[in-house]
Write a protein of this length. Structure first.
Length: 361
């Protein structure tokens, strides 16, 4: 029995993120179905997804391999429903769906859909589920992807919903590609365990940081440092989550003080689209939270610089040429991990893993 059908929305929405993740895991059984929260991913899922993404990357290098990947899901259709602006998440999901041979529909502007005529989001998403087998959605409304997953689970077309960024709360697939980038970056340096990760910038409104902070708790002895202006420091819910998991963490405001000790710097831009009053972010002096080229001389040689992008002035383009600047690779990793995620949702992971085994013979 689908657990989301047996629990009322009012009860579901009151659960903690971990409790919600348990409900979603129970529904999915051994596999994956709705992807809504970082809390759905434990160490095994992260390792498995990373391995699958790496296999896909290698398979896609040859024409034969690309044709094989493209033969996996030609009968499936995916809807990309992005009611909030996006470049990377939209395009990498589009590319991931193309890699797997899926057919793709999109709604990016509610003013050209019947939402303009007053149709509710629930009815829009139910309509998509009539035509499509999976809905990838980005929305400015926190919790909306969860609500839509619950709505669809209570219909006769319970197609999977993938949260591609919801409000200020979660961006789980960005966190998956961030973890994959860290896995790859530290592959020959003992993995992610034991590393120090510093988050810098607008942490209060950064959904990528919230999701990644949670995923990092799956690793042993990872220290998390949050460097931000007081007004934009990480939220109390993340602090409480880290305390409850006995994670070593620090909050601070002096970026230059921590640069020598870090293994990964995770830069973020000021997210003024969430300003309550127009221009309020402009009053915050963020200049000391930008990455300065002189930091390149102070950082460890093995450290990496990440950014979910888009960026503004927080990383000067002069840094791009340094081999520790991995944000362009990080972006491309999004395509591979999202391909792995969609393949897993549709049960194609074994076929992909077997392809590699056969091709070695
Ligand atoms: N990182 C990220 O979510 O980028 P987009 O907003 O361009 O999708």
């Amino acid at each position: 029995m689908n657990t989301m059908m047996t629990i009322g929305w009012d009860d579901f929405v009151k659960l903690s993120s971990s409790q919600k993740a348990s409900v979603l895991k129970a529904d999915a059984g051994q596999g994956m179905f709705h992807i809504l929260l970082a809390q759905q991913f434990g160490r095994k899922e992260l390792d498995d997804l990373g391995d699958l993404a790496t296999k896909i990357r290698f398979i896609a290098k040859t024409d034969k391999g690309a044709a094989f990947l493209g033969s996996l899901l030609p009968q499936k259709r995916v809807m990309l429903y992005f009611s909030q602006p996006s470049t990377r998440t939209f395009l990498s999901f589009l590319a991931a769906s193309q890699i797997l041979g899926m057919r793709i529909g999109e709604v990016r502007d509610a003013s050209v859909s019947s939402e303009f005529k007053g149709e509710s989001r629930e009815d829009s998403v139910r309509t998509f589920s009539s035509y499509y087998d999976c809905i990838v959605m980005r929305t400015e409304i926190g919790g909306l992807a969860e609500r839509m997953a619950w709505v669809l689970s209570n219909t006769d077309r319970p197609v999977p919903i993938i949260n591609a960024g919801s409000g200020k709360d979660q961006h789980p697939t960005q966190a998956l590609l961030d973890i994959y980038t860290l896995q790859r970056s530290f592959e020959k340096a003992g993995g992610i365990d034991g590393k120090t990760v510093v988050f810098v910038g607008d942490l209060a409104r950064g959904r990528t940081v919230r999701s990644l902070s949670y995923l990092l708790t799956n690793y042993k002895k990872v220290k998390q440092v949050f460097i931000a202006p007081k007004q934009l420091q990480i939220g109390s819910d993340v602090v409480e989550m880290l305390k409850s998991k006995k994670v070593n963490f620090e909050l601070g405001s002096k970026f230059s003080d921590v640069i020598r000790e870090v293994d990964a710097v995770y830069m973020t831009r000021i997210q003024d689209e969430w300003d309550q009053k127009k221009g309020e972010s402009a009053c915050i002096d963020i200049s000391s939270f930008n990455f300065k080229t002189e930091y390149l001389h102070k950082m460890k040689k093995s450290a990496v610089i990440m950014h979910p992008f888009p960026r503004r002035a927080e990383i000067p383009t002069e840094v791009d040429g340094d081999e520790r600047a991995v944000y362009w690779r990080q972006m491309r990793n999004g395509m591979w991990i999202r391909t792995a995620l969609i393949a897993s949702i549709f049960g194609k992971n074994k076929a992909i893993l077997d392809y590699e085994l056969k091709s070695r013979k």
